[in-house]
Design a binder for this molecule. Sequence first.
Ligand code: PMV
Length: 367
Amino acid sequence: MGVQLDKSGKMSGFNELLLNGVSSCWKSPSNIALVKYWGKRGNQIPANASISITLSEAYTITKVKAKPAAKPGNGPEVLFWFEGEHNSLFSAKIENFLKDILPFMPFLDQVSLEIESGNNFPHSAGIASSASGMSALAVCLCSIENQLLQQPVDENEFKRKVSFISRIGSGSACRSVFGQYAVWGKHQDVEDSTDEYAVSLGFEPHDSMKNIHDTIFIVDPTAKKVSSRVGHNLMNGHVFAEARYEQAKMNMSQILKAIRTGDWDLFAAITENEALSLHAMMMSSSPGYVLMHPNSLIIIDKIINFRKQTGAKLCFTLDAGPNIHLLYPHQEMAILRPLVSELKDFCYNNSVIEDMMGSGPAKLNCR
Ligand code: PMV
């Protein structure tokens, strides 16, 4: 049978392919931002450009099966299982997401979807799962769209669409689609950068910046005190908002320079400045939120002292929560072992996740 979607993605009838069910299964990783995205406008358009490291050990595996819809044209029909169970909160989020992306994937109106998803990290680890979860779902949906289109796929074009669709689900998710470093948001120093989707750096990082480790200290595994949605909204009307966006713009230029030249001190200074600025924005918003835990501060202090005493290359960053990410180049691993074991004592149940830079989503052969 021929192509069943017209150029706009509308389905003109069901082909045999769809009648038998079309499926796709991918794993997609989380990422940690160096220059933070905090503040947005319109349909998930970032207030400033951001850059992240794509991780490899914290990921979501998602499998999507598409069949002809029972009532085509009534919006996407979906059945969703998270880690083997129906989850009504997640299902509602997925249904909203599918409605939001319908204008960009009109075939969704014609299909019924069975989605199974799960993380390889415990949800109680305090690790943001929206980046891995949304990018895993987006890559499955784009891959199903391509199977139905039965047309050759340009890999770069495919990644751009996956990143674009991921962004609508969760802004930071659009960066997980690219390996190593990903930039999202228009910035003068990154050619082709755009607010619509993430892109790769566009230059070769310095050798010492190609294999960064991220040891994550789980200080508090409970859910975030403030959702990202509420957090981003607090930037609207924030007294420091404009200064923050200007700071992020300058920090982007600096960190790109550090990655290009292998200047660890600059990389560390900017990464830590960004982490503390993100928390400063939360503390000084109205209402204000303290997202760190007393142990977060103890760990930060010990990281800074260790660097002063040993001259080792390491730095910290945080998401909008209390857990500390310790970043360092691969060659520093051995020297940091004593510090890592000492810092475990300040974690919930000594929980630590050993992660590192990864290469982005991977296609799987799921049953
Ligand atoms: O993608 P969201 O809407 O969950 O926002 C993520 C915001 C931070 O994680 C705090 C920073 C970032 O750039 O990832």
